[in-house]
Ligand binder design. Structure first.
Ligand code: SIN
Length: 304
């Protein structure tokens, strides 16, 4: 059988395969370069960058949970100018798509970051993170269709790059938010970010995380994330990038069959830095075995 075609399109952006790595779990790829062939991954989504540097939340910032982890990093990063100066030179050497995640507290800051990224050729797309549960007001734009749409419109005006909006599961109805950002011009939606959670140390009777609450990710959230991806796929025409607890190629295929055009691998990178490439190989092997020539045949093929 000829090699299966794994190429997918996310708005105007073509990816060599549908497997990408999630923001905040892979840095800008540089730390992983000796562990995994970055050029095989469909896209690197960088850690969210803000307009100004941020120190992040007080430690502890991560705690392992049954079937997952909580993080409360708090968007620590060096700011957009340092990102362009320090990270883009490495990214210039990588032969795969680069999607830069951006976060802000004000609509005009999202636009300002997008405007700076618009001038960087290496940046293939922008992921708008409106869904960080770990900072004051981090979910403000994710919870209401109107405010989510306002961010997308501002970024759209500031940049011609394809725009992906990363949605929060901590909302009444994620499909409403997806439809609003589609209407506002988002080229795709990625879902879901982490679920708000917490852990308590019974010896000290204090919260384990310095920030008290954090975002839950990992296999524990997969069934809920999958259901949200499936529901959203029925409501929007733009591509969906599915994520939430994907640990193996079978998990990735579940999201694709539910309606996702691509997937993001997050928490699994902390367990196995090569997991994204193993998932790509697993999907290809599955397609050969099933006689599927093009990955698009699988997107949304769920039988009822
Ligand atoms: C963080 O930096 O706190 C995580 C980012 C996110 O949840 O969007």
């Amino acid at each position: 059988m000829v090699k299966p075609n794994l190429k997918v399109k996310i708005g105007g952006l073509e990816l060599k395969n549908p497997v990408t790595v999630a923001s905040g779990t892979f840095g800008s790829g540089e730390e992983y370069r000796k562990l995994v062939d970055l050029n095989k991954i469909g896209a690197i989504v960088t850690k969210s960058v803000t307009l100004k540097p941020r120190e992040g939340n007080p430690p502890p910032r991560v705690v392992e949970t049954p079937s997952g982890m909580l993080n409360s990093i708090g968007l620590q990063n060096d700011g957009i100018d340092a990102f362009i100066k320090d990270k883009v030179p490495f990214l210039n050497k990588v032969k795969t798509a680069v999607i830069v995640s951006i976060a802000a507290h004000r609509v005009e800051d999202y636009a300002a970051i997008a405007g700076k990224l618009d001038k960087i050729k290496r940046v293939d797309a922008i992921e708008i993170n409106i869904s960080c549960p770990n900072v004051e007001g981090g979910l403000e734009f994710a919870r209401e269709p109107g405010s989510a749409a306002a961010v997308v419109r501002a970024v759209r005006r500031a940049s011609k790059k394809p725009v992906i909006t990363k949605l929060s599961p901590n909302v009444k109805d994620i499909t409403e938010i997806a439809m609003a950002v589609e209407e506002a011009g988002s080229d795709a939606v990625s879902l879901v970010n982490t679920f708000t959670g917490m852990a308590i140390d019974i010896d000290t009777r204090r919260p384990v995380l310095g920030n008290v609450v954090g975002g839950l990710s990992g296999p524990a959230i997969k069934p809920i994330a999958l259901r949200m991806a499936w529901e959203t796929a029925k409501k929007v025409k733009i591509p969906i990038i599915g994520m939430g607890g994907i640990m193996c190629y079978e998990d990735a295929l579940e999201f694709i069959i539910a309606g996702a055009s691509a997937v993001q691998i997050g928490t699994a990178n902390f367990v196995n830095p090569r997991v994204a490439v193993e998932i790509i190989d697993g999907i290809e092997e599955y397609m050969r075995k099933e006689g599927i020539k093009n990955i698009k045949e699988l997107t949304g093929c769920l039988k009822r």
